[in-house]
Design a protein around this ligand. Structure first.
Ligand code: ATP
Ligand code: MG
Length: 445
């Protein structure tokens, strides 16, 4: 088996070998190459110490020098070159207390999480596969290197990684590895929210977001996302649904492109339902107010998982309005665009379609038809380049100050009133008309 190494990777490996050191491409890039997937980044493992690596390459960054990692810059690209190491004892299931450098490649491969991630390659030696990585790749399984209970006890994040690799690659998790996850899931509490977020996002945007099932069944969600457990335990006894809240959300994710904001929105769009559930005298379930409640809860959850503010505001806006159904006439749609926010508004159609496709067949065609019509209204409005935000108004705060308004609050409120007016009557968005409107208001007062 050969792997086509990128020129720069080959150059780094050759430079190290000519200087008398061993060097290999390792981990994810070897795995992905063997699977015919395009590697995201190329990591290099070497017997050279960080100091020796730095002497050989003119442009380097000390990325994690205490762990043996130096980033080598080649043109605009960068490559992590890490010295062969043995991870010392792990403190609190998080970080190795200390790392020891070693001259033995196999020792370095042994510390890696899964067999498919523990292979190395260079052009002279070919593939180094000491733990059956190729075999597991053919069998499509995720299996720990060594004893899974020990490996997950060393670093609890590996449990999340197992599920996310399974989601990215469409592999099953080996029986013993899976059993160890169920056993040790509570240890995930020792892992930082940032590290959990990284793995969760990779899982959600993968081809198999339905692996959220495994996250639930193994007890992992209970630790970092108990709201999801509540969703999985909430049936929806009404004519629209055929799944419980959690399963409906998973199917909705499967019906939307693998993009972070979209997948998070579908994952969380009904997170408010367990709290909003009511049962009528016929035993039918209702979830009044769940979009607003869900937006509130999603904000807390996403904050807790350390998502950035932009992602949080987009996702929560889409959740708050996922059930919004304005009258299909232009003024109402313009107001809806304003409510939801111009930036995330177009995503709302994908959200509504995914939500519909995750329900039963009841009136499905009709509902999809309405979404198409709604979207057509949106495109029509956008083509006309009408005013949809405060920025598009023909006057601004300064103009209002010129008319005698002083306080920011007063000016803000007046601008909003004008925007509401213009959303209803776009042709009024001229300086003269808007100034007249304000003057009339002032006279009435
Ligand atoms: P991706 O394509 O998502 O980057 P990757 O396999 O390259 O996948 P990284 O997180 O970049 O994953 O890690 C690079 C390599 O380092 C892995 O392939 C694995 O060999 C090793 N590794 C990373 N994290 C751990 C961990 N928590 N425990 C053991 N080994 C790990
Ligand atoms: Mg990687």
């Amino acid at each position: 088996m050969t792997i086509q190494l990128p020129g720069k990777v080959k150059f780094i490996i050759d430079t190290l070998s000519h200087a008398g050191y061993e060097a290999y491409a390792v981990g994810g890039c070897v795995r992905d190459s063997m699977l015919g997937r395009i590697p995201g980044d190329w990591d290099i493992t070497t017997s050279a110490s960080p100091e020796q690596v730095k002497q050989l390459f003119p442009r380097t960054v000390d990325t994690g020098i205490q762990h043996g990692t130096v980033t080598v810059l080649e043109g605009k690209e960068s490559f992590e070159v890490t010295t062969y190491r043995i991870d010392g004892e792990y403190e609190d299931q998080r970080h190795p207390k200390e790392v020891t450098f070693t001259s033995n490649l196999l020792e370095d491969l042994k510390r890696r999480d899964f067999t498919i991630n523990a292979m190395a390659y260079n052009e002279t030696e070919g593939l180094i596969d000491a733990f059956g990585g190729m075999e597991d790749m053919q069998k499509k399984v995720i299996r720990c290197v060594g004893n899974p209970v020990d490996r997950f006890t060393e670093d609890a994040l590996r449990m999340m990684r197992a599920v996310r690799f399974s989601a990215q690659l469409g592999f099953a998790i080996d029986r013993d590895t899976r059993a160890a996850i169920s056993q040790l899931a509570p240890n995930l509490k020792n892992i930082s929210a940032e590290r959990i977020q990284t793995e969760l996002v990779k899982l959600l945007i993968s081809d198999h977001p339905e692996e959220m099932h495994t996250i639930y069944e193994s007890g992992l969600s209970r630790v970092f996302f108990p709201e999801f457990d509540a969703m999985m335990r909430t049936p929806q006894n009404n004519r629209y649904h055929c799944y419980n809240v959690g399963e409906h959300s998973i199917v909705a994710m499967q019906n939307i492109p693998g993009e972070v904001v979209l997948r998070l929105t579908m994952l969380l769009h009904d997170v408010g339902k367990p709290v909003c559930k009511s049962v009528d005298q016929d035993g039918i379930y209702h979830f009044y107010g769940h979009p607003a409640q869900g937006a509130k809860m999603a904000k807390d959850i996403l904050r807790r998982l350390k998502f950035d503010n932009d992602t949080i505001s987009r996702v929560t806006a889409l959740i708050a309005w996922h059930d919004d159904r304005p009258l299909l006439e232009e003024a109402s749609v313009r107001r809806a665009i304003h409510r939801v926010g111009l930036e995330q508004y177009p995503a709302l159609f994908a959200v509504k379609r995914a939500d519909t496709l995750a329900k039963n067949q009841f009136r499905r065609k009709e509902k999809l038809g309405l979404i198409d019509k709604y979207e057509a209204f949106y495109h029509n409005i956008m083509e006309k380049k009408q005013c949809l935000t405060l920025k598009d108004l023909a006057i601004n705060g300064k103009d209002l100050m010129g008319l005698g308004m002083k306080q920011g609050k007063e000016i803000g409120a007046a601008l909003n009133r004008l925007l509401m007016h213009v959303l209803a009557t776009p042709e009024d968005n001229t300086r003269e008309i808007l100034i007249d409107l304000i003057k009339t208001e002032q006279k009435v007062e």
